[in-house]
Design a binder for this molecule. Sequence first.
Ligand code: PEP
Length: 231
Amino acid sequence: MIVAANFKTHMTRQGTREYLDELSRFVAARERDDTVMVFPPATALECGSTGVLVGAQNAYATRNGAFTGEIGLEQLEEFEIRTILIGHSERRHVLGESQEDIVHKCNFFKEQGFRIIYCIGEPIEIRESGSDALMEYLERQLEGIDLGYEQLIVAYEPVWAIGTGLTPSTDDILLIHNALKKIVKRPLLYGGSVKPENAREIMALANVDGVLVGGASLNIDDFTSIIQSTR
Ligand code: PEP
């Protein structure tokens, strides 16, 4: 299974280094073949560590250039970063990335051979419009994405569940993941308020190939407890 931590705008470089050292020791001692990934802030991308894949939370679709405030391929290559999160709901809804921007970014990093965790998820008003509207919304977020790309991982993260403590019922997660698996033949993660208390139940569901964890990943004990919950 895949267990990924998204630190967002939390943690320093020093804090990330200590965290990754401890996490590497934990992963090495476990003798399981789960994939553990950490997406620290850009200032900590140099903290690579054995047994844990470090990825970028974001980058601009360019090698380099005049894009003030962004980082591009050249900056990622310096730290041998080959994994990237694209389409996270905070990038879509807080930072204003359009679907067009996201598809462009995804295609750019695909051409570079990156492992891509591509996030999709519906806001609450779509959720409340019923399951047909929900699936149509999710399918629109997949338009233009090469779903056959062998380095693609898709994360289903309902916007209303991110950082709120709310989660869909396990029946709902199962239904949506089953429907998504008919379209997406790649690993499918669930994200949205995953914590030690619910991780085992969520990862026991068919067609849930792992989890993407925000808030609960900031505490190493909580994150390692989530890793212990893989089936
Ligand atoms: C996320 O940021 O991808 C996420 C799922 O956050 P949280 O676990 O805090 O809901």
